[in-house]
Write a protein that binds this ligand. Structure first.
Ligand code: PMP
Length: 361
């Protein structure tokens, strides 16, 4: 008889880096007023929804979609005034973050700031790469010198700069963003995550254009109001896009998403209009909270803002008791007592202000 196989630890076939990485920290909770995920409060305008459904009805769902979503990529390129061969699309920009970490691989440094968007560190940790996070300055601005010093090491590495920053909503001076990107030499891939750019004064395309190792990440999940479709894209050099495209699994954007996004791109006027409304609502909410006796609303250039409270748990539960769901961020470095609140419709924002107005001590 052959010897009994040695008993391996359960699921020892799973890589160590994956075993020790915690799952994406999110629990879905139902509430009438959802201000917790920085989505758009509004869906695609009804006439565009109808148009998209009409077009979907004529398509063959039994067929695979266009391999690299060429029609969609060309429409994005025309909209963004970008070379189509430098456009890569995936189901959400989160997927691009994963693929970018895979590009540079295990022996790289993934560099960003602290606090940062959790998916950068999640993907770096799953890969088993070294993650280096430089603390933001106390006013949430980029630590330009500390990042530049790290970038001076030459790489290989992957830099994530988020503008406007998440989760603070802070926007840096363009010169500072440029200085950090300029410090990233050939050994680095420098990523400017612009998920919220429509709500801010910075359009980073000029900082990325013409540089082989730079990438702008953009998404249909926020200003476009299409988070449920899952569509994000990279604007980069044709050379880097060609490598990134190899990592994209075949047929990765489905027919439904391609079609609806194409309809939106043919009628993009609503995006600008709604971003302007969101900015106006953000400023109205921030100014209404300026003299709040207990809470401090922090300035933002995104479609969300941070509310600093003496007791985040109590504030969170009070809002939830009024049907308003927000996101706790109080366990993150520098964000003690902070809740993150998305800007909603005017009615939702009124409900938020009314609920916050009930707190006087
Ligand atoms: N980057 C940042 C900074 C974000 O906040 C988000 C959304 N939470 C994303 C990227 C990913 O967006 P999506 O995958 O929906 O395109």
């Amino acid at each position: 008889t052959s010897p009994a196989p040695t008993q391996a630890a359960p699921l020892s076939g799973v890589r160590e880096a994956v075993r020790r990485t915690p799952a994406y920290p999110f629990t879905a909770i139902d509430a009438p007023i959802k201000l917790d995920q920085n989505e758009s409060a509004l869906d695609l305008p009804p006439e565009l929804r109808a148009l998209a459904l009409e077009r979907l009805a004529t398509q063959e769902w039994n067929r695979y979609p266009d391999l690299h979503a060429d029609t969609l990529r060309h429409k994005i390129a025309a909209f963004e005034d970008w070379d189509p061969s430098g456009v890569v699309v995936t189901p959400g920009s989160n997927v691009l973050i994963k693929l970018l970490t895979e590009l540079a691989g295990l022996h790289q440094t993934v560099l960003s700031v602290q606090p940062t968007f959790s998916v950068y560190t999640l993907e770096s940790s799953l890969l088993g790469a070294e993650t280096v996070l430089m603390p933001l300055n106390p006013d949430f601005s980029l630590p330009v010198e500390a990042l530049s010093a790290e970038l001076g090491g030459g790489g290989p590495g992957l830099l994530f700069v988020t503008q406007p920053h998440a989760p603070t909503g802070h926007l840096d001076a363009e010169a500072d963003v440029r200085a950090v990107l300029d410090a990233a030499g050939e050994g680095w891939i420098a990523v400017l995550d612009e998920a919220y750019h429509q709500f801010s004064a910075l359009d980073g395309r000029a900082l990325v254009r013409g540089r082989e190792n730079r990438v702008s990440l953009r998404t249909f999940s926020k200003a476009w109001g299409l988070a449920g479709l899952r569509l994000g894209y990279a604007l980069t050099s044709p050379a880097l896009a060609a490598h990134l495209q190899k990592l994209v699994s075949a047929f990765n954007v489905n027919i439904l998403t391609q079609t609806v996004a194409e309809v939106a791109l043919e009628h993009p006027g609503y995006v600008r209009e709604r971003a302007a409304q969101t900015i106006a609502e953000r400023e109205r909410v921030l100014s209404a909270l300026r003299h709040h006796p207990v809470y401090t609303a922090l300035p933002s250039q995104a479609n969300f803002f941070l509310l600093r409270t003496p007791d985040a748990d109590a504030a969170y539960r009070h809002l939830l008791s009024r049907g308003i769901l927000v996101r706790r961020q109080d366990k993150l470095p520098m964000l003690e007592g902070c809740l993150r609140i998305s800007i909603g419709t005017p009615e939702q924002n009124d409900a938020l202000l009314a609920a916050l107005g009930e707190i006087s001590q």
